[in-house]
Design a protein around this ligand. Structure first.
Ligand SMILES: *Cc1c(COP(=O)(O)O)cnc(C)c1O
Ligand code: SF4
Length: 346
């Protein structure tokens, strides 16, 4: 099938591995491509600061969806490193979700009934500055297939587990071959029924939704749920819409999770447009996450009161199925907490 995306996007038709290799990795390059200069950031300009611990990494396909010469662009703001990431903010800690405690065996988090989360890959196709796993000790996690044995054994030994969530990092960073090997090992575990893939790649690097991946997912005995991650309607353009459509046409359940981010999507207009665009493509808005209070992300936080007001506004404007659940992950809770319904004023 000829790639229809070439007419819209310069990068869209190239193999995803090649696109990863040519991703933008320096602040200078990023700004130059957008026709920007550090002085465009006003008082903050001097405070742009690359962080070698969590480097800048932006694929060109995502960069092409940013508006040139706009220092406030909501996609740019998700990847732009500021010195304030280094500020100590009260309440912001390394592991607010208690993930280390839930890490049952290497590479596996078992926090909730019936489902386990596998840290299937250690990196992503983009580095989001607000990332809740930006301080995660990935280097301790499995990388070779054989390293997965303890995790697989754990799943084999617990028949209450029905669903495996591949997360990371981004699980679609695995090659098609490795993904198939992992899939097949899971498929051999009789009590597993569902496979869920948490990936931002269909959004930031849509070429990842290739024929090999679609073949693997449609040939699976599992019912497959793909949860993508888009925060702003401008992310869902061009070849990204096509990638989402391909997943839908292949019969997947496709859901979106977003993170509520200051000056990026903390407005009812932006969120409503995001939800409408998702629904248009058959993708259900699943979660709107209150920001996890991880060290380095305080400048992205939106208050819970504002978040609740935004959700109320969405309820007034949109059909019920288009309104995401506003949730927060709390260490030690048996599920994600729907904060919308908590009344803490009395
Ligand atoms: C979010 C999460 C899940 C999935 O929760 P759902 O509410 O089913 O989407 C599972 N395990 C962990 C560790 C999680 O953080
Ligand atoms: S894609 Fe997800 S896991 Fe990866 S950096 Fe962004 S928020 Fe973090």
């Amino acid at each position: 099938m000829p790639s229809e995306s070439t007419s819209h996007s310069r990068s869209g038709s190239r193999h995803w591995g090649e696109q990863l290799a040519s991703a933008v990795r320096t602040l200078d390059d990023l700004l130059a491509r957008l026709g920007l200069d550090t002085t465009d950031f006003g008082a903050n300009g001097a405070n742009l600061l690359p962080d070698p611990e969590f480097p800048l990494f932006v694929p060109e396909s995502f960069l092409e969806r940013m508006e040139p010469q706009n220092p406030e662009d909501p996609l740019l703001r998700q990847v732009l490193p500021f010195q304030k990431e280094k500020d100590q903010a009260p309440g912001f800690v390394i592991d607010p979700l208690g993930e280390n405690a839930a890490r049952t065996v290497p590479g596996l988090l078992h926090k909730y009934a019936g489902r386990v989360l596998m840290i299937a890959a250690r990196s992503c196709a983009i580095n989001c500055r607000y990332c809740f796993r930006r301080n995660y000790p990935y280097q301790q996690e499995p990388s070779r297939l054989a390293d997965w044995e303890p995790a697989l054994d754990y799943i084999r030994g617990d028949e209450s587990i029905q669903e495996v969530i591949l997360s990371g990092g981004d699980p679609l960073m695995l090659t098609d071959r490795r993904l198939r090997e992992l899939h097949d090992l899971l498929s051999d575990i009789p009590h597993l029924q569902r496979l869920r893939i948490h990936s931002r790649m269909p959004i930031v690097l849509p070429a990842r939704v290739n024929d090999e991946l679609l073949e693997l997912l449609t040939g699976s005995r599992f019912s497959v749920v793909v949860v993508v991650h888009a925060n702003h309607p401008h992310e869902i353009e061009r070849d990204c819409s096509k990638a989402l459509q391909k997943l839908k046409q292949a019969g997947m359940i496709v859901l979106n999770q977003a993170v509520l981010l200051r000056d990026i999507n903390d407005s009812a207009d932006v969120l409503a447009e995001l939800c409408e665009r998702l629904i248009q493509l058959g993708v259900l808005p699943y979660y709107l996450h209150q920001l996890d209070r991880v060290t380095g992300v305080a400048h992205f936080e939106v208050s819970v009161d504002k978040g609740r007001a935004l959700i109320e506004e969405l309820r007034r404007r949109l059909p019920g199925y288009a309104v995401p659940r506003y949730v927060q992950e709390q260490a030690g809770e048996p599920n994600k907490t729907i904060i919308e319904f908590i009344n803490d004023t009395d």
